[in-house]
Write a protein that binds this ligand. Structure first.
Ligand code: HPA
Length: 275
């Protein structure tokens, strides 16, 4: 099956499961951040394994299902668990869900992740609105025959992360006493964490946070004209910055610790920023 066939098959299956529901907002929930989907109301759950042409999640902390439901006056399609390049999928595959969202009529996608803090001014547990990204993954999800029905061969990437939405989110959160940083996210393929030398390089080229996801999804969303909002949870300071060794447990611990604030920020996104 080609990627396009997989997108079409998955879309048809989800559409039939949705009945009359029409989700307007897509959400990709990263490591340890998937619990937000449990706050949706009147939900329909669709395990990834059930969807023809879709993919299966292999990472601990990722549940592996779509949750469609209501929150903040909107209908959301949330991915509880995402797919990563380091799992062995190609970037054309890991971005199938974004194109499925587009086909379902979703115009805006909120992409979240756990990331390492590269900017020394950040602290563990900070939340960063993604202003821009650096694709350092060594790959690109748009390589291959262009899928013209989604977008052009050479798409512009000047404003991948919608400036008006970012501004609105940061200002609204500030009024509630939630301090959101803004910065540049750089993607490495993983699965190993970066070396201290790589982190010095990241800082030198203008990155504020580093992670192993988000960029392929954002590129594909921008290609098909979707509005993107990206939020990183800084779960740890990046390699070499504190002297401490990095591990996945710490990443999960921090994302669990900030869950309440993170939930509030996503609620602001739905009820204030996107309404
Ligand atoms: N590096 C890459 N990915 C990550 C990190 C990190 O330090 N923390 C959470 N995801």
């Amino acid at each position: 099956m080609t990627v396009l066939e997989r997108i079409e098959k998955s879309t048809a299956y989800i559409q039939q499961k949705l009945g009359g529901q029409r989700p307007q907002v897509g959400m990709i929930l990263g490591s340890g951040l998937g619990d937000y989907a449990d706050t949706l109301e009147q939900t329909i759950q669709i395990p990834y394994g059930e969807i023809p042409g879709f993919l299966h999640s292999t990472v601990e902390g990722h549940k592996g299902q779509l949750v469609i439901g209501r929150r903040g006056g909107q209908t959301i399609l949330a991915m509880q668990g995402r797919f990563h390049y380091y799992e062995g999928y190609c970037q054309q595959e890991i971005t199938i869900p974004v194109r499925v969202m587009k086909k379902l009529g979703i115009g805006t996608v909120v992409i979240t992740n756990a990331a390492g803090g590269v900017n020394a001014a950040f602290a563990e547990g900070a939340l960063m609105v993604i202003a821009d990204h650096i694709n350092y993954s060594g790959q690109n999800p748009l390589i291959g025959k262009n899928l013209d029905e989604f977008g052009p061969r050479f798409p512009d990437m000047t404003n991948v992360y919608d400036p008006a939405l970012r501004k609105c989110l940061i200002e609204t959160a500030a009024r509630e006493g939630i301090d959101l940083a803004e910065g540049v996210y750089i993607m490495f393929s993983g699965p190993n964490y970066e070396t201290p030398a790589e982190i010095r390089f990241c800082r030198a080229i203008g990155a504020d946070a580093v992670g192993m996801s988000t960029v392929p999804e954002a590129i594909v969303a921008a290609h098909c004209g979707m509005c993107v909002l990206g939020i990183s949870c800084i779960t740890n300071m990046a390699a070499g910055m504190t002297g401490a060794a990095l591990n996945h447990e710490e990443v999960m611990e921090t994302s669990t610790r900030v869950k309440k604030t993170f939930t509030r920020v996503l609620d602001i996104v739905l009820s204030d920023v996107l309404n």
